[in-house]
Write a protein that binds this ligand. Structure first.
Ligand code: SF4
Length: 71
């Protein structure tokens, strides 16, 4: 059976992701934009998300991790 997680366009971590759930807001960037650029875009978008990359390797995700690189 094909892994269903990768068929849809929504990130498999969306349900527990505070960025997607809009609990962790990113300065000057609307949640709508973030979702369109990263979360709802299939592998193409997820792969550009720093938070996704950490989650995908099974590492512990820092509470403040966002789709963008921490400076
Ligand atoms: S793409 Fe990134 S920000 Fe969006 S739900 Fe997945 S882990 Fe969260």
């Amino acid at each position: 059976m094909v892994n269903q997680r990768h068929l849809g366009k929504l990130c498999p971590f969306a349900k527990e992701c505070p960025v997607y759930q809009e609990e962790l807001l990113i300065d000057k960037i609307s949640p709508f934009l973030i979702k369109n650029v990263f979360c709802n875009r299939g592998q193409k978008g997820w792969k550009n998300c720093e938070r996704f990359k950490i989650a995908d390797t099974g590492q512990e995700i820092p509470a403040t991790a966002t789709p963008y690189k921490q400076s």
